[in-house]
Ligand binder design. Structure first.
Ligand code: ADP
Ligand code: MG
Length: 212
């Protein structure tokens, strides 16, 4: 945990007061190092172990930027599994409690597609999903990314290990080129370095070393 408080950041007051309510008193190391750049609109590669608070690092960035009055998909978060997508969506909903009428929708494989199609017809600001199911909706034009401003690849190393490379490429081909891309990973193998090089523009790379 860093000693830096969230109030040192240029975050909307509603997010700051909600963080106080949640008992998030100071930033974790990855948050302290990544959030200023994320809030400045930069692409960021964040590497830190599990449990270091990576979700709030990208979550506060995307929530600060989101325009809730504009009811279009502005953010897409891709995760390797349904369990992880559900965890990310739960944390985002917690962080977004003070933002009225925000709609966060999960689109994961392994669950019936019918209800997802219905939910997409109603719209969302933020989609959290797994690559295969997201590309399925994109291919059938049930989901469009024309208004996307932020793309997050969470647990990118696991997504590659699970063989999602082609699906990731297909999603990215449908995303606007002018976007902010944030990539989080617990490890940084060569395949992730190559993926980052293709997808991110002039990224800031933040690595939080293990504490011994
Ligand atoms: P990671 O994605 O790095 O594995 P998570 O984003 O899931 O980590 O966060 C781990 C836990 O830490 C979550 O329960 C989250 O609510 C909590 N957490 C995150 N940031 C803070 C903070 N600044 N202060 C207190 N708790 C936090
Ligand atoms: Mg995580």
């Amino acid at each position: 945990m860093s000693n830096t408080s969230f109030s040192s950041l240029n975050l909307p007051d509603a997010l700051i007061s909600n963080l106080n309510d949640l008992g998030y008193n100071s930033m974790t190391d990855i948050q302290a190092q990544a959030l200023p750049a994320i809030l400045a609109g930069k692409d960021v590669i964040g590497q830190a172990k599990t449990g270091s608070g990576k979700t709030a690092a990208f979550g506060l960035g995307l929530l600060a930027k989101l325009d809730v009055k504009y009811f279009r998909v502005q953010t897409l978060v891709l995760c390797p599994t349904r369990e992880l997508a559900d965890q990310v969506a739960a944390e985002l909903r917690k962080l977004a409690r003070s933002i009225h009428n925000i709609k966060i929708l999960t689109l994961c494989g392994g669950v019936p597609i019918g209800p997802q199609i219905g939910s997409l017809e109603h719209g969302a600001h933020i989609i959290v999903g797994t690559p295969g199911r997201v590309i399925d909706h994109l291919d059938k034009d049930r989901l469009r990314l024309d208004d996307l401003t932020t793309l997050v690849l969470d647990e990118a190393d696991r997504m590659l290990e699970m063989g999602f490379q082609a699906d990731l490429d297909a999603v990215i081909a449908k995303a606007p080129a002018a976007r902010q891309t944030l990539l989080f990973s617990a490890t940084y193998p060569n395949a992730i370095a190559k993926l980052s090089e293709r997808l991110l523009k002039d990224p800031l790379q933040v690595t939080v070393a293990e504490q011994h």
